[in-house]
Write a protein that binds this ligand. Structure first.
Ligand SMILES: [Zn+2]
Length: 361
């Protein structure tokens, strides 16, 4: 089903397979044939400085992506670009994405910002400012937006969309059902240990998803409860977030929360959650995450950034040319450590290596 064809003036699609090229782990590992641990790079590929909540989205950051892609390829790493509406309608990004697919140098997946992804039915008096979650919308609206964006991406890039991350990390059972219905095999919206309920989309809504009881590592998502393993066709690959605070303290501060959240905030101050996501000041933390993953024999680590963070001024984190140069120095150091212990893998390649016992849908 083809909804729109906005890119008829682009070169014809090359004939490439249904999904990114199938390669065995051993060919990617250049000799380390028994190493199966994967390094998954995920990029939320979206407009410039979404944090400033402008009424219209610009996509200048698309022209900064080839540098990042080259860096990844130099280290044998294979990024997954999770693409939202404005980037799927940016001619420069479409050419970039098609080239990656044609060369088998990465994966294109889906990322959905509910506030500007058609069909548009405003939920608040100012959706650009409030940025409602998709889960703030009705069940029917959730399905329609996923349907539209999936077919748009598949039409533009000529491949089946198989991997997904939600906008603002919000997910629920209805959303997961719709992802399965439209053929998605991977979701990576889960952020273990993080409770997003106090982060609002629609000010009158219930807030984001509470992921504190979700698994830290990949699982076939149950069709009955997205927080527990089951046997559905959707593989959840949670973001790598390390919680170093002692378990008994987490429980103790949780109990106090009805009275005051001060102890919990103090705990988080002493032991902040460590994300595998560059901030410009956390290289040591990211390297420590790699060590932890190796020590715990984790099958993967998942790194994330936004496409706009790779452009000076494209995010609050990297406002200047110098800050982006520092980011690239950190990425060089991180990726050079990564290649000693991990294999680069797209989300769907990792999925294809995980055995599913049997199916319940
Ligand atoms: Zn986003």
């Amino acid at each position: 089903m083809l909804w729109i064809r906005p890119f008829d003036n682009l070169p014809p699609l090359p004939s490439f397979p249904h999904r990114t090229r199938k390669v065995t782990t051993s060919t990617r590992c250049q000799g380390r044939v028994y190493v199966l641990r994967s390094f998954l790079i995920t990029i939320d590929t979206e407009g410039d400085d979404i944090w400033s909540r402008r009424s219209s989205a610009e996509t200048r950051n698309a022209s900064f992506l080839p540098r990042f892609q080259s860096l990844c390829e130099n280290f044998g790493l294979r990024p997954t670009y999770l693409v939202n509406f404005e980037m799927a309608t940016d001619r420069g990004f479409v050419e970039f994405g098609r080239d990656i697919i044609a060369r088998g140098a990465g994966e294109i997946g889906m990322h959905l910002h509910a506030w500007n992804s058609p069909p548009i039915h405003p939920l608040t008096s100012d959706d650009a400012r409030c940025q409602p979650f998709l889960i703030d919308h009705s069940d029917d609206e959730i399905r329609k937006k996923i349907e539209f964006h999936t077919y748009l991406l598949e039409d533009v890039f000529g491949v089946k969309m198989l991997s997904h991350r939600s906008g603002r990390w919000a997910l629920n059972g209805i959303y997961a059902d719709a992802l399965r219905e439209f053929g998605y095999r991977v979701d990576c919206s889960v952020t273990p240990h993080v409770d997003w309920r106090s982060t609002k989309g629609d000010p009158g809504g219930a807030g984001g998803t509470d992921y504190r009881e979700f698994p830290e590592q990949h699982y076939w998502m149950s069709t009955r409860n997205i927080a527990i393993p089951g046997m559905s066709s959707l593989l959840e690959i949670p973001m790598t977030i390390i919680n170093r605070s002692p378990a008994f303290l987490s429980k103790a501060t949780e109990v106090c929360k009805n009275i005051t959240d001060l102890p919990d905030r103090a705990r988080r101050y002493v032991w902040p959650l460590e994300w595998l996501r560059p901030t410009g000041t956390n290289l040591r933390s990211m390297l420590r995450i790699l060590d932890t993953a190796i020590l715990q024999d984790r099958p993967y680590v998942e790194f994330m950034t936004h496409s706009s963070e790779l452009m000076p001024g494209g995010s609050p984190y990297f406002p200047t040319i110098e800050s982006v140069e520092k980011l690239y120095r950190d990425l060089n150091e991180l990726f050079s450590q990564v290649t000693k212990h991990f294999c680069g893998s797209t989300l769907i390649e990792f999925h294809d290596r995980v055995l599913r016992p049997c199916s319940d849908n």
